[in-house]
Ligand binder design. Sequence first.
Ligand code: NAD
Ligand code: LMR
Length: 327
Amino acid sequence: MKPAVVTVTGAAGQIGYAILPRIAHGDVFGPDRPVILKLLEIEPALKALEGVRMELEDCAPPLLQKIVCTADVDEGMGDADAVFLVGARPRGPGMERGDLLRANGPIFTGQGAAIARGAKKDVCVVVVGNPANTNCLIAYSSAKGLDPSRFTAMTRLDHDRALAQLARKAGVPVRAVANAFIWGNHSPTMVPDTEHGTIGCRPIAEVIGDAGWLHGDFVKTVQQRGKAIIDARGVSSAASAANAAISHMRSWVTGTAPGELQSMAVPSDGSYGVPAGLVSSFPVTCPGDGTYRIVQGLERSGWVVDKVAATVAELEDERKAVADLLK
Ligand code: NAD
Ligand code: LMR
């Protein structure tokens, strides 16, 4: 079987450390497909990256065919089947993710252009570096000649956080919870939607029986979970972020199960009134051929419609703030 060429930027960082052994062990492309890992870093981090490379080698993953460590963006993106755009500054205590826009945005112009120059035409790109939605907008705008739908941003962590909170409240295992999902921006305005999901095959609202919690503490906990982790750890989420990035990519390349919805932030095609081109989280399904479909026709309460309008307005403000980076 042809090896999957997987590029990870920011590979010497915290998320890199958590994600690489799992990709090397086949958690994205499955237990039979060999993997070539391309690790892209900035020059000053290459020494640390060499340590990561040694550790990866020492995991002796049977599927791992080759590791390339580089600070050359074209070498990093060349021939990639899947790209994890992780490399970017994380926020610290007291910051919002949007505060990183001017610091991190420019990273994604050069990387988007390099992906268009060298990666496979059907490459799957997930942006993890914050603010992920608008960095993804910058990346696909710079990727001339590539279909914008090859670029996505990660809201799977928010999705998984929502499932975990619902399971905890209902006192059931997470596997009993299905099809809660996220609309909008990976920011405090994101909208966790429970109106179409189930717990043990019954509607979420019926099982939880507490609309105040579903519209109040639940939503706030999911929206603020990243901050709560930074407050507790002093640094931002890494193991859970790596796990979500792997799940995002695996769903995309290998497909969602029948009836399963996942959350992915994708360039809007105008669905649900989200202005075309904004990178917004939607409920999606993936047929398993490296494409995704935005789930159509969901009826939404006034509460969801209003909250989605607010998160979309924030995405529009972010787009204006980086207008100079959109080619
Ligand atoms: P980190 O500081 O530990 O690592 C970031 C790495 O990126 C560093 O090694 C740095 O050298 C590298 N880097 C910086 N600029 C680069 C460039 N131009 N090319 C290649 N590498 C570059 O940070 P982390 O904890 O790994 O987090 C990375 C990003 O992911 C942050 O922006 C963080 O906020 C974001 N994040 C997003 C989510 C999400 O749900 N979308 C979740 C967690 C973290
Ligand atoms: C998260 O949601 O954990 C990440 O986006 C990191 C952050 O800054 O909150």
